[in-house]
Design a protein around this ligand. Sequence first.
Ligand code: SAH
Length: 363
Amino acid sequence: MTRDARSIWFNEASARIGLSDETQLALRFALKPYRLAQIYRGATKELARDVEALTTLPKELRASLTASGFALGCVEPVTIQRSRDGQTSKGLFRLRDGNEVEAVLMEHREERTTVCISSQAGCAFACRFCSTGQAGYTRNLVASEIFDQARFFALELAARGKRVTNIVFMGMGEPFHNYENVMGAVALLNDPHGFGLGHRHITISTVGMVNRIDAFADEHLQVNLAISLHAPTDAIRATIMPVNRRYPLAQLLAACERYVEKTHRKVFFEYVMLAGVNDSDESARALARIMTGHLYHVNLIPYNATPDGPFQGSSKERIWIFAKILDEAGVPTTVRHSMGSDIAAACGQLRAQTQPKAARRGA
Ligand code: SAH
């Protein structure tokens, strides 16, 4: 299925000022096709801060668009925190209905910059080690609410002569639980006439919704797929991830095999290292036994402990031994470099500090 990024963008921007779509917007402001193209390009490619910055438009048009509430972006930064080493910036963003989501910018050495974005306010999957999961689900974001988190950091970077090189859907929410809007956001990120980020530079991380892994394989996009595995057996996985009851490991791994068969693309398995839960030698060996696919890659993630949670991260040494067992069994393994722990940069942690739990659910 092909998705037209430009109409997605215009339809959502129009809906926010009470118009049904791009056609109605064009009628209401007497916008010729080339004007619409200027607005879209300004918002998504040239990264204009606001309508006033679209200097290709006549002054009166800018004024009437602004007066109607028409805007180029739909997320407002509430706070931006920078880690001490300056490599990680974490943003808390307010949506127009008052809900808040987080996104994180990571500036790696060389020119690589990654933005981690949210796809939902809250999350319905209740993974026990995750702050977002513990807070519950509020609502899906629409495509431009997801895209605008990337746009925000792209604008910041542009001021310093840099650009966004990678996007990961590893912020708040389950991307495959908001499938169509996430695919719309991917279209917006990728559009060569707009933001222009290659599919290979985008990664979607899922808790393991089997039906959507199949749908995603059928899209035949070059977008990377990451699976939050976190345990090598159903017994362990079910205690930390309730989703395992609906989609047990055998079903999840079968879906990953079908995905590889269809797309010939790698699957990344995320494995957050929790002391005494999933980090024993026996767990490592059990994991090696199920990581049989030739395009499988394991990412071991140091746990960012949440203040009120019951879990502790595994020690560096434990992670190293665990990685070594996988490595010796021939499983491609990397240990993820942890960034921004001094600013609570793990999923859902910043919002947990500013929004009390009850307020988050209601909306
Ligand atoms: N719902 C999706 C994407 C959001 S979470 C998913 O489950 O994949 C992105 C990744 O961060 C997941 O692998 C998640 O398990 C992990 N994660 C969540 N909280 C974490 C924490 N406190 N420390 C380290 N990783 C965490």
